[in-house]
Design a protein around this ligand. Structure first.
Ligand code: SF4
Length: 253
């Protein structure tokens, strides 16, 4: 019995090399699939060369739960900028306990003190694009070097900029190499995500009960009104709407 359990724990699909020419055809199939089927495809195609990237938004919690209940041992990671809300860190801990999983934290090269020495204090006020580059985009790129598929919680209804998000797309690492990107809940809306969270009694960020929608770094996130889109509270007062994680590695051709 013990040997069988060990064997199951060790077993994982052998990753295949998916030809980028198959993008359109594969995406068309995945568009007609359920999120569970999309995640199963990810696991069976890429094994542990696929990973769930989460910032602990509601959609990310749903994806982690779907992977768990469907016995898909997809690794999970998050980007710890050093500026997350206490409530976000508490949610990470609660999710790890609730789902019995480990979520890897990826850190920036520079601590906040080192960043202040090199680039000045409160870089997020003077140059938020550079701050996001150093604290989010570069750590993500380092993580992507070890992956063939990056799974995200991006949804089409989150903002005008995200309305055309496909289920499956290609992204480009910093060195120009290709990484697949799966958005298994792209076609779910906010209500559907929250219905799932409530039906499954999943933990969520306590800040959502205080008017916050999309939650990022504490110094760059504010509560929003019910009529705003999900990302309206990010970088308030600035034209900036994306940190670069989902735009920096897009095909610019
Ligand atoms: S969200 Fe703000 S604090 Fe966080 S990395 Fe971007 S600019 Fe810096």
């Amino acid at each position: 019995m013990f040997a069988r359990v060990v064997s199951w724990l060790r077993s994982e699909p052998s990753p295949v090399v998916l030809d980028p020419a198959l993008l359109e055809e594969t995406n068309a199939k995945l568009e007609k699939s359920t999120p569970e089927e999309r995640l199963r495809w990810a696991w069976e195609t890429f094994g542990k060369r696929a990973a769930i990237g989460t910032s602990f938004q509601p959609a990310g919690v749903v994806i982690l739960h779907l992977a768990k209940v469907n016995k898909l041992r997809l690794p999970a990671f998050s980007l710890d900028t050093g500026l997350l809300f206490r409530e976000t860190i508490e949610l990470k801990s609660a999710l790890q306990d609730h789902l019995n999983i480990r979520i890897e934290s990826r850190l920036p090269d520079l601590s906040l003190t080192e960043q202040a020495k090199v680039h000045g204090d409160k870089l997020w006020e003077k140059n938020p694009d550079l701050c996001c580059e150093l604290r989010k985009v570069q750590p993500l790129n380092r993580k992507l070097r070890s992956l063939d598929l990056w799974i995200t919680g991006v949804r089409r209804d989150q903002s005008a900029q995200r309305t055309l998000t496909p289920i499956l797309e290609l992204a480009w690492r910093e060195d120009g190499s290709i990484v697949w990107k799966l958005n298994p809940l792209a076609d779910w809306n906010r209500d559907r995500v929250w219905k799932y969270l409530r039906e499954n009694q999943l933990p969520y960020n306590a800040l959502h009960d205080r008017g916050y929608r999309s939650i990022g770094c504490s110094v760059c996130t504010r509560p929003t009104s019910a009529s705003d889109d999900d990302r309206a509270g990010r970088w308030p007062g600035l034209a900036k709407t994306e940190c670069g994680l989902h735009t920096r590695y897009k095909n610019s051709a």
